[in-house]
Design a protein around this ligand. Structure first.
Ligand code: HEM
Length: 371
């Protein structure tokens, strides 16, 4: 029996959504009750088998009739591409993009590789959308999802972005089908799609991000350091323009996905159902007994005393021990509806930081593929 299966069966904390979502009970990837529930494949720490390398793709400038070229630089990919033509014609084209269809195509991709992590690309796409947006600095008005500068080194190589080449390469496949969409729009739409398809709230979304050159890459150090304390987390998120409650709501996204030793040095998911968007993260942090575990590289993390496969980052327990932050962790642990409502608002805010909207953009409420 794989470790997750035994964890699920042994755990008295498992709720029906967890069992449905696990797929280990049902055998394969499935869609249940409006949730694209991926079959979880155990707490594997192996490197992903597919999607990570991207391969070498060369598009000639001549073929694109290019006016300007640049290197698309992710860790393993090398591509040349042109920037789009003047804003007016870009706007014209964007009117023609069927964003619901883009959403549907991304949704189809989420569980195409049942061997990847817990059976879904959703979590890594949420992380891509967040890391593209979370570089925003409200004072200098730099960073954010506008520009999608993580396509380029040095930003693609910032340690905080380790592993996101998997998500960026996945999005290249969608971009090939919809070349008019900006990468910033595509990545943020993918984050919204993943949240909704994995059972989370509807997140309103607008198009309007424009791609930029590598000269707009943000400096390293703008994303939070998981090894630090609550003060650091406040500094980072206040710089983006969030308050304490918004910060806690955003971190609730850690219901999804896991830490990978080869990406961040940390290991494991935050609770037993990492492909279902829920308030289980808040329930876990507020109700379990967290003990320190030393990691192979000499670092450490918190693990649940009763199920050492699940973890919390040093920064998260530091936040939970902060009086101001704690009240919101406890609130969301008790009230999932409130968490969903607040998360939808604050995730939209995150994805729109620094985006030069004109004000007349259509607001999309994407239909789930399970609706
Ligand atoms: C206190 C602030 C935060 C810290 C310190 C933090 C840190 C981390 C770390 C260390 C990982 C593991 C990366 C890996 O090894 O693959 C991770 C994963 C993740 N983070 Fe955060 N994060 C924070 C806030 C957020 C926010 C605001 C969101 C989204 C709204 C988010 C979404 C995710 C998701 C979905 C994953 C799982 C990715 C996967 O499974 O591949 N995080 N985070």
């Amino acid at each position: 029996m794989n470790p997750l299966r035994s964890t699920l069966l042994k755990s008295s904390r498992v709720n029906p959504r967890t069992l449905l979502a696990s797929g280990s009970i049902l055998g394969a990837t499935s869609r249940i009750g409006g949730i694209r529930a991926a079959g979880m494949r155990g707490y594997s720490t192996e490197s992903p088998k597919k999607g990570g390398s991207g391969g070498l793709v060369f598009l000639t400038l001549a073929a694109l009739g290019a006016s300007a070229g640049y290197y698309y630089n992710s860790t393993q990919s090398f591509k040349t591409k042109t920037l789009s033509t003047p804003a007016s014609s870009t706007t014209e084209k964007k009117k023609d993009i069927d964003y619901q269809q883009v959403y549907n195509d991304i949704a189809e991709m989420l569980d195409e590789d049942s061997d990847y992590d817990d059976g879904s690309y959703g979590p890594v796409l949420v992380r891509l959308a967040w890391h593209a947006s979370g570089t925003y600095d409200k004072d200098s008005k730099t960073g954010g999802s506008n520009g999608a500068t993580m396509r380029f080194a040095p930003e693609s190589k910032h340690a905080a972005n380790n592993g996101l080449v998997i998500a960026r390469d996945l999005m290249e496949k969608i971009h090939a089908k919809y070349p008019e969409i900006s990468y910033g729009d595509l990545w943020t739409l993918a984050g919204v799609c993943a949240v909704q398809e994995l059972g989370g709230p509807t997140v309103p979304w607008r198009a309007g991000r424009q791609d930029a050159f590598e000269t707009s890459c943000t400096p390293d150090g703008r994303l939070p350091d998981a090894g630090k304390k609550a003060d650091h987390i406040r500094d980072v998120f206040y710089r983006m323009g969030f308050n304490d409650q918004e910060i806690v709501a955003l971190v609730g996204a850690h219901a999804l996905g896991r830490c990978h030793p080869e990406r961040s040095g940390f290991e494991g998911p935050w609770q037993e159902a990492p492909t279902v968007f829920s308030n289980e993260y808040f329930k876990a942090i507020s109700s379990r007994n967290w003990i320190k575990k030393t990691l192979q590289d000499g670092g450490w993390q918190w693990v649940d005393k009763n199920n050492t496969d699940v973890m919390m980052l040093p920064a998260e327990i530091a936040m939970y021990n902060d009086k101001e932050f704690k009240k919101y962790f406890d609130l969301y642990a008790k009230d999932e509806e409130k968490f969903f409502k607040d998360f939808a608002t604050v995730f939209q805010k995150l994805l729109e930081l620094g985006v030069p909207f004109k004000g007349d953009e259509k607001v999309y409420h994407f239909k789930r593929t399970t609706e």
